[in-house]
Design a protein around this ligand. Structure first.
Ligand SMILES: [Zn+2]
Length: 146
């Protein structure tokens, strides 16, 4: 009786007669590799989306601080500026890390990362604008104390 191949690749379903052959195949299985690429891409996209939300929060804090300053509510203005400053520091750290990851992924992976890299570029630009906003607000609110 002929024994059927009993070692199946979980990713592409190819059958192998021995464990070593399956293990050997796993290193080069195109389906497994593209699944890994999809997983990496999805993880980076998820991070990019959460950073987009953090950028939005920083913009909201900047607007609230400015509006409060404009309406001469100094305590409120300072509170929003404090939140903005704290969140912005975290944002820059996460954004720097994500940018490095995306660059590395693009180098070793595939052009589908292009969109994510472009989005991250936009977030970096917005972070620079936020830095200018934060600095200007700090000067404004420091001025309103004197
Ligand atoms: Zn396979």
């Amino acid at each position: 009786m002929r024994k059927a191949a009993s070692y199946l690749c979980a990713d592409c379903g190819a059958a192998f007669g021995a464990q070593w052959a399956k293990t050997d195949h796993a290193r080069t299985c195109p389906v497994a590799q593209s699944a890994e690429l999809r997983r990496v891409q999805a993880a980076l996209e998820a991070k990019q989306h959460s950073l987009r939300a953090e950028v939005d929060t920083c913009y909201r804090y900047a607007a609230r601080a400015f509006a409060a300053h404009h309406e001469r509510r100094a305590d409120e203005a300072r509170r929003f500026l404090t939140w903005l400053t704290e969140d912005f520091e975290r944002l820059v750290a996460s954004l720097t890390a994500l940018s490095d990851e995306v660059t590395a992924a693009r180098r070793t992976q595939f052009p589908r990362m292009e969109t994510t890299q472009r989005e991250v570029g936009t977030l970096i630009e917005q972070a620079r604008d936020l830095q200018a906003l934060t600095a200007t607000l700090s000067q404004l609110l420091a001025g309103s104390l004197s």
